[in-house]
Each structure stands twice: as C-alpha cells, then as structure tokens.
Design a protein around this ligand. Sequence first.
Ligand code: TRP
Length: 455
Amino acid sequence: MEKREQFGSTIGVIAATAGSAIGLGNIWRFPYVTGENGGAAFLLIYIVLMLGIGVPVMLSEMIIGRKSQSNAIGSFKKLVPQSYWWLIGLMGVFASFIILAFYSTVAGWTLHYVYSSVSHNLLGQNYEVFFLDFKDSSLMPVIWHIVFMIFTVFIVLAGVKKGIEKYTKLLMPLLFLLIIILCLRSVTLPGASKGLEFLFRPDFSKIDANAILAALGQAFFSLSIGMGTVITYASYIQKKENLGKIALSVTFADFALALLAGIMIFPAVFAFGIEPSSGPGLVFMTIPSIFEQIPFGNIFAIIFFLLLAIAALTSSISLLEVVVAYAVEELNLKRRSATIISAILATMMGLFCTLSWSTFKNFNINVASDCDLGGTKTMYFFDMMDFMASNILLPLGGMLIVIFVGWKLGKKKAIMELSNENKLKSKLFDLVFFIIKYIAPIAIAFVFLKGINVI
Ligand code: TRP
C-alpha cells in the first residue's frame, strides 16, 4: 500500500479541518435552525454545547484518528482488535452517505444561484417564488446536484490532501472577508435592528427539549463531528501538532462564521418581511434581496454563491473522503474506483432528496412544529434525512465515540496522544478527559433521549 499522506503544516491542518467544518452548516443551516428555534436563547445554548460538548467530542475523534493512523472503521479495529467497536465507524460511513445526499442537493441549489446571477436572471425577482419554483421542479435541481457531485469526485480523485490544504488556506480567509462585507450592508438596512434583536435578545420561553436537541445536532453537524470525518482527517495530522490548539481554532472559526452568517441574514429577513422560521430556503430567499440593494450587487451575488458552493465543496470532500479512506484501506479498492463507486451511490441516494418536493412529494409526514404553538410542519424525504443524520446519527455517534475514548481507550493513552507523549503540558488535559468520560456521554444521552421523546 502507498504511504499515507499527511498535512504539511499547522495552518494547513486548521484550514483543511475548518474547511470541512465551515460549510452549508454555517451559512445555510445555522440561520434557519436558529430561526425555527426562537433566535437568541438558542444561540446561547448553542455556544455552551459547542464548547462544552463539541470540543471534547472533536478531541476524542482526533485522539482516535491520529493515534491509529487509520480510517473511521480501521481505527477502531486497530485500537481494539477482535471487538465490535468498529461498528461505530460503520455507522459513521453510513451517516456520510446520508449527509452527502442532502448536502449535495443544497450545494446544487447554490450552483443554480451562481448560474442565475451570471446570466442576470436572479436579481429583481420575487425571491420566494424564484426559489420555490426552482426547488419544486424536477429537472434543474437534479442537473446541479450531479454537477456538484462531479466537482467533489474530481477533487477527491486528484488526492485531497495536497489540493485541499493549499486551496482551503486561500479560500477560508476570502470567505470571511466577503461575509463581513455583506454583514456591514445587512446591518445598515432599514429595520435591521429587529433582526439583530431576534439574534441577540434571548427569549427563554422558546427553549424546550427539542430546541436543545436541535442545538446539539447543529453543533455536531457544523463541527463535522460524531461520524468519523475528524477521525479520518486526524489520521493525516503529524505527530508533532498540538491537537488541543487545532480543535479550539477550528471551533472558534466555525462559530465565528455561523455568527456572521446570522448577522448577515436576520436583518435582511426582517427588513424584507420573510418568516425567520421558513426553513431550508431561508438563505436562498433573503440574501438576494441584500444584493439588490448594493452597487454591483450582481457581482456580489456571483461571488457569494460561488463561495457558498466552494465552502460546500470543501465539506463534501471531507464527507466523501471518509468513505473513500475506508474503501481503500479496508476493502483494498484503488482510490479511483473507491471514489467513483461511492460517489455514484451517494448521488443516487441524493436524488431522493433532490426530488423530495416533486417526484417524491407524497412521501412526507406531518410533525409538530417546534415554533408556532400547535402548528405542524411537513417533513419531506430531504428533511427526514437531515433529521436522521443530525438529530439521531451524529449525537449517537458522538456519544459512542466519547464512551470509547473515556472507558475503553482510557485516560493514560488518551492524554499521551493529546500531550504528544507528554511533550505538551496543560492542566486542561485532566478536565478534558473528565468531560469525555463522564459529562459528555451523560449530557448527550439526556438531550438525545429527551429530544426524541423517549424520556
Ligand atoms: N460541517 C459541514 C458544514 O457545516 C458539513 C459536514 C462535513 C459534516 N463533514 C461532516 C457534517 C461530517 C457532519 C459530519 O457544512
């Protein structure tokens, strides 16, 4: 077998890992989940869960990946041979497919928006109608979905590490810069203060078990944790890197970008009278109206949706890489066939998501809405996949991962890996391990069971 590749520098590791973390989860999903769950109070819970649970879970995955130098399934087999712990990794590979399926649907939407802005067909429309007409049709969304998967395959085939590392280092700062410019425009819209109030003035009456589960699911989704993406990437991290520093930098960057996305979107939501709880279409229906109000808006629209597509790409690559690393190392496939086969499978599953509102629109269920009292909302196949991955598989995976590190791998080995064989010293190691062993599993189990109404 070829020698495993490694990330070249600390900045490279951070850029690649942040590239996986920062994606549609921040710019598309965070604002609408926050909108559906009441705004500011949700944000506070989100911060606590990111730091209190997200960081320890991320570190657990890093410990597993870097210690074993292997893929999401192989790493468990290597650390505890002859046991069933590898099933955690199998669940992760399964979750990758599911996330990739609905992720590439939305990524396809971003490409459609790039195309529409380039051809001057976006600005000046009624954006709600524009979005819904497109999403509910059955040809264009499929085409863009497939185009996006082809990009993903192309990069994964070319060898992710070198490409990704170089490319994310350039791209991430650009994404931040652009979002800051858009925030500045958004907060100066007339009526913007209502949006900021929604985001920053907490109303705790909106918080219930569902909202806390949604915050946990969002934290896991946004940080790319709970299913082996970080295990896979960490297996490419050099032994001399400081894992704690990397996890904190990635979490900080990821949170900052979500917050900026909120600051960019909510003022526009209120200024243009769109429901903050209008679900997955929120970004697509609000952002264009900001562009309409700025000079050279069309150019900004092109750049924005392009960056959104690229942010999605650096994440979808990490999702596909989980499957590919597994197929190459455990099933002995060539990287090329592994990539193409897994991408075809993911694309096929993705078609069910893409066609959720047209061909498969009768396949839906009504559930109690978290937000308007007594209301219901319709969940389509797309929403079901998102719910299953984010609110079930990721929390469950995260819980099993911390249980593995806390109770099976044990304190000595975990801290050896965190401290680079005692070369790094920190009082926090004991605290982190304590959270991994006791607090995180109990907290995740509690939120999870309460959120799905088991307790
Ligand atoms: N974190 C990415 C985002 O916020 C999506 C993503 C990539 C992901 N890899 C993942 C989500 C693994 C969950 C698990 O858009």
